[in-house]
Structures are given as C-alpha cells and as structure tokens.
Design a protein around this ligand. Sequence first.
Ligand SMILES: [Zn+2]
Ligand SMILES: [Zn+2]
Length: 343
Amino acid sequence: MLAAIYNGNKTFEVRNHILPTLGFNELLIKVDSCGICGTDKHIFSGSAPSSIPIILGHEYSGTIVDLVNTSSEFKIGDKVAIDPNIYCGYCNYCRRGNINFCENLKALGVTLNGGFAEYSIVPSSQAYLLPEDFNLSIASFAEPLSCCLRGIERAEIKPGNSVVIIGGGSIGLLMVQLAKNCGASKVLLIEPDHSKHELGLELGADFVFDPKEENLYDHIYDLFNGYVDVVIECVGSKTTVDDAIKIAGKGGKVVIFGLTPADQSINLNPQYLFHKELKIINSFLNPFTFQSAVDLLVNKKIEVLKLITQQIHLNEIPDFFSNNVVSNNIKVQLINNQRRSYE
Ligand SMILES: [Zn+2]
Ligand SMILES: [Zn+2]
C-alpha cells in the first residue's frame, strides 16, 4: 500500500509500504480521511518526538476490510473512528484511572504507524463503531474533539457561565461549540484572522474580537461586567497564555489548552493570582472521552464540516509539510478518495 512515511529531518517519502500480517484482535482499516494536526507539524519541525521512520496521522477514520478477531463487535465493512492513544492498563497511573499519564503510552501516528496511508492496522480496542452511512470526514474529528472534551471537563463550565475562547482555529471553534453546549450564557472568541470571524459567530460565539484591537481588556471587562468565568487558551503561545490570565475574572479559571513551544515560559505574578483566586488548568490527551466525542458527532451536536478548508491526497503530503505556508486554513484533511464537497 501507499503511505507517507516520515523519515525524520523534515523529510516525508510517499512510497510503497508492506503491511505486516494482522495479529490477534487487530483490524485492518482502509483509511478514508485523516486530519492534519498541530502535533504532526510539531513532529515534522522537530519540536515533538515520534518514532522514526513512521507513518504519522492520528486523527483518522475508515472502513474495516479485514480482521483477526473472534470476540469483537466488529465485522468487515463497518465504519470506525480511531482513538490513537493506547494505554497499557497495568502501570501505576492506569490502575488509578489516570490513563492519560500511562507510563507505557503508545499512539498510532506518533509511536506506531498511523493514518497518512491507504491502510492502517489498529488494535480493535481503538476502534469506535459508526453508523453505516456516516460521513467519515466528520468521524476524523473524533480525536481532536475528544481532546477538547477533556479540556471542557476540566474547565467544569456551568450553565450561565461566561466563557472566552482564545484562538479561532479548529480547536477554538470546537471549544466555542462545546462551551455553548454546556450552557455558557456568553461566549467571546478572540481571533486575529478576520476571515474566521463569521464562522465563529455562526458556530455559536456571541462576540468575536480581534486581539489587536485597542483597549481589548477594557472592552472585555465591560462586555462581561468584569466577570469572565472561564478562559480557554487554544493557541499555544506565551502571549496568548498571558492574555488568558489577564482576561479571566476574579474566581475564574484558565484552561491552557494550546501547546506552547518548549522554550517559551510565562511570568506569573503570584499576587495577581492571589487577588483573583485564579485556577490554572491544563488538559492532556483524551482519557475516557472518545465515545462522547463520537456520540456528539453522530448526533450532530457539533458542526465540523465547515472547519475543513483544504483536502489533500497522500502524494501532496511532502509538499504540504515542507512548504509550510502561513494560510488562513482551519482544518486540512488528507483524503484517500476523490476530493468531495465539504460545504
Ligand atoms: Zn491531533
Ligand atoms: Zn499505563
């Protein structure tokens, strides 16, 4: 089969890859689509680790075309979304229920071959069954959505809360919708790219601000009468984390969701935190949230197709990663069949 293999040092190679024979409890998935994620770009640029060589891609879905399994719920032809994170189940963290801290964590598309390929071998524990006619481009959002759900769970947004989301990329736009689903009374999205503002409003934000606008903090203070319950930072930079801490109201919570580069630090003024009784929260991976993500997508509670701004094929992967053009893309998806309408 054809696969885009990452060889390290910013080099991809699209070539034939011979799949091993299926093992017990494994499924052979014909990959339909695979979202390209910030993590893939971090791995490509050397700022996140992975096995090498490796087939990257951890946001994927497809159809089961073969299986070696007598006891599973699956059959050939089933459509499935894949949870890439494989927890061991027996380490100290797993046995205490903190599976995302698993000491033996493996991840499809990071340490094991993933979805930038025509086919992928997946342990059946990682597959989540979808309805027969389900759009697999939608299903490929289950992984990022499951990670957002972890952030939302940690934020404990309550009905009536006021929420500020920083960053209108695909994660920010999922967070806007989840915050709204939690019953937030006001959702403000902060995003510098004006081409994303309309979509932000359409997906549930009540207001969209440009972070460069003058007197931003005063403007937000007035809008919320000084009371911002939850700020979710979805960019991953020192500046936006600083902004999030400034924007959160007294007694508020800041979720630092974006992955800030390893060499960036923030200055925290303890007295400032003291006066605000601020809670700073992080969110790592997707423990026990994947089924909820699938359920939200299947039941059309979250809009994702509008987030897809580009579809590429396997042979376009090397150029896509090495060109690294700054664009106003929201979500780019690798697709293995013909380009289709995602409107
Ligand atoms: Zn991802
Ligand atoms: Zn473990």
